[in-house]
Ligand binder design. Structure first.
Ligand SMILES: Cc1ncc(COP(=O)(O)O)c(C=O)c1O
Length: 382
């Protein structure tokens, strides 16, 4: 089996992740931050250690500004609904995932003005158009760091400067880039960073988070829900302290233990080394696919300008048919269709047919890529 669906969720997970999760269940099964006994204290220590690992990865100085969530979607909803009010103006791009577009469309119905800055056919952002869109008075600019359809990387630091010049905050959807590209919260001037744990951080599903940049006043952000936090139990009001304000209810301790181990795995390997490996595989995929007659590769077709996400179509063939053949005949697992990102496919000109998406990861080898390319070659020849 060759797994090329790491943009959906990474597989396999490092042994350290699996061990951290079973260790949590076997030896630290208390409720973190609640009771005072040793199992609760040990669970709390593991959760805090995960916060530290994530903070280190994104160069956030204060681990308490890392809020754990269920996934990137939850983190994005928390940020969008927490910051944006009726009458506000929000700018986004035409390459966003539905985790951004659907909450924005709902906010639009509640009186928020949503402006979609256009991207070009390879998924790159037209910075001039972005500049024009981010008028003074804009409340929030929300953009993906890299597309989940073609991997195109957006210039976050430049967009952040535009946003701040207009008095807006910037929210970055790093679902495709956490653990994959270097992210430095302060240097890139990111105010709010939404990440997922189960892709490039090699953690389990059901984990993710929102990180607050140093200049963001968490007091202005409303929590999505309220409840028990294990702190200030004498009060019936939600505490203002971080991370408790945004983390009501028993956390996913076992998942967070795995997420922490995944983040440490990335820190040990080094994001630069992971990136170098993935750029090499991406280059092989782009070149190999482009050499197959009838195959069209979408996006920048430049491995340095995208993450390890390569989308293609084959003339006169349905993407679902290709995906099925790849899986059943060749054991190559990938994702086909619209990848929860209809706006991105409209931008790329691949709507409504969608694409076949290959997404290698840290455990993918060059041999795996050769086998996958050979499989596509054989399917195309019929
Ligand atoms: C760009 C992008 N944003 C958001 C998400 C949502 O991530 P999650 O499934 O962890 O909520 C994904 C997942 O596919 C994604 O690729």
């Amino acid at each position: 089996m060759i797994y090329l669906d790491n943009a959906a969720t990474s597989f396999p997970k490092p042994d350290t992740v699996v061990r951290a999760m079973s260790n949590f269940l076997e030896r630290a099964g208390g409720n973190p931050g609640r009771s005072g006994h040793r199992l609760s204290i040990e669970a709390g220590r593991i959760v805090y250690d995960a916060r530290e690992a994530v903070a280190e990865l994104f160069r956030a100085r204060d681990p308490l500004r890392v809020i754990f969530t269920l996934n990137a979607t939850h983190a994005l909803n928390l940020a969008l609904r927490g910051v944006v009010r009726s009458g506000d103006r929000v700018v986004t791009t035409s390459m966003e995932h539905n985790a951004v577009m659907r909450p924005l469309r709902a906010l639009e119905r509640a009186g928020v003005r949503v402006i979609v800055a256009p991207c070009t056919r390879d998924g790159s952002l037209d910075l001039d158009a972005m500049y024009r869109a981010v008028e003074p008075g804009t409340r929030l600019v929300v953009v993906n760091h890299a597309s989940n359809v073609v991997g195109t990387i957006l210039p976050i630091a430049e967009i952040a400067r535009l946003a701040h010049a207009a008095g807006a905050l910037i929210l970055v959807d790093a679902a495709q880039t956490a653990g994959v590209l270097p992210i430095d919260l302060a240097a890139m001037e990111i105010d709010l960073l939404a990440f997922t744990g189960h892709k490039g951080l090699y953690g389990p599903p059901g984990t993710g988070g929102l990180v607050f940049g140093e200049n963001v006043d968490a007091a202005i952000i409303e929590p999505l829900w309220r409840g028990g936090t294990g702190s200030r139990s004498e009060s019936e009001e939600q505490p203002d302290d971080l991370p408790d304000k945004f983390e009501s209810g028993t956390p996913n301790g076992v998942g967070i233990a795995g997420l922490g181990a995944g983040a440490r795995f990335v820190l040990e390997r080094g994001v630069d080394a992971i990136r170098a490996h993935e750029v090499e595989l991406t280059r092989m995929l782009i070149e190999g696919l482009q050499n197959i007659s009838g195959v069209v590769v979408h996006g920048t077709r430049d491995a340095e300008k995208c993450t390890a996400v390569v989308s293609f179509t084959v003339e006169d063939r349905q993407v679902s048919e290709i995906g099925l053949w790849l899986d059943e005949e060749f054991g190559v697992l990938c994702r086909v269709g619209l990848h929860c990102a209809p706006a991105a496919h409209r931008t790329l000109g691949t709507f409504p047919r969608g694409t076949v998406r290959f997404a290698p990861g840290i455990f993918t080898t060059q041999d795996d890529i050769r086998v996958a390319l050979d499989a596509v070659r054989r399917i195309v020849r019929g």
